[in-house]
Write a protein that binds this ligand. Structure first.
Ligand SMILES: CC(C)(COP(=O)(O)OP(=O)(O)OC[C@H]1O[C@@H](n2cnc3c(N)ncnc32)[C@H](O)[C@@H]1OP(=O)(O)O)[C@@H](O)C(=O)NCCC(=O)NCCS
Length: 169
């Protein structure tokens, strides 16, 4: 069964495997895997706190992990609101599939499941953004009902960013 769950220590081992894969492609380079291993319960607690006690300037965010057969497949952030910055880059929902599980349909599935969570939260529409060059993500958003609004240059970002709205009601 494929489902989204909030961060949970039971998936520690495969989550860390996934993080190693992300790091091998240059993501999360400021995270030390050894530190995560040493403090995993606290790390998970901090992820939960993003929902209840967001950092100043941040909107509440629920972090979900996509799991299949007890194995971490990917992650999704559901931001309950938008800031000026998120309105240009990031939107309400962001997601990643671990490199070893790409091109298998999980990206399309994670956004579909994330939209259900957004609907449960009471959001009526969500903004999803992606790089103009990210063909996989463009397909995922459009397959999930995304309606393109515009594509903008974003200061400090090398690629123009597409903005899509997905209506949930
Ligand atoms: C983008 C990403 C989420 C795609 O995940 P995925 O599990 O490979 O997606 P899917 O298997 O559901 O693929 C969806 C479609 O995109 C296509 N696709 C996926 N990656 C692609 C790529 N790199 N180049 C071209 N097409 C691609 C698939 O073939 C599929 O096409 P189809 O619907 O015509 O069959 C994944 O590559 C990833 O995590 N990238 C890094 C983070 C990222 O870019 N996140 C999105 C931010 S907006």
């Amino acid at each position: 069964m494929l489902f989204l769950t909030e961060a949970d220590i039971r998936y520690q081992d495969t989550y860390l495997d996934g993080m190693r894969e992300f790091q091998a492609e240059g993501r999360y380079m400021d995270w030390m895997i050894e530190d995560l291993v040493a403090q995993f319960p606290r790390f998970v607690q901090n992820l939960h706190a993003r929902k209840t006690h967001p950092q100043p300037g941040n909107v509440p965010e629920t972090v979900y992990w996509l799991v299949e057969n007890e194995t971490f497949i990917g992650r999704l952030s559901l931001r309950h609101g938008l800031t000026e910055g998120l309105n240009l880059l990031g939107g309400n929902i962001g997601y990643e599939i671990r490199p070893s599980r790409r091109r298998l349909g999980y990206g399309t599935a994670i956004l579909r499941l994330g939209l259900e969570k957004a609907r449960d939260l009471g959001l009526e529409r969500v903004l999803v953004t992606c790089d103009d060059t990210n063909i996989g993500s463009i397909k995922i958003i459009e397959a999930n009902g995304g309606v393109w609004q515009n594509t903008n240059a974003v200061p400090g970002h090398s690629v123009p960013v597409r903005r899509y709205w997905i209506t949930l009601v």
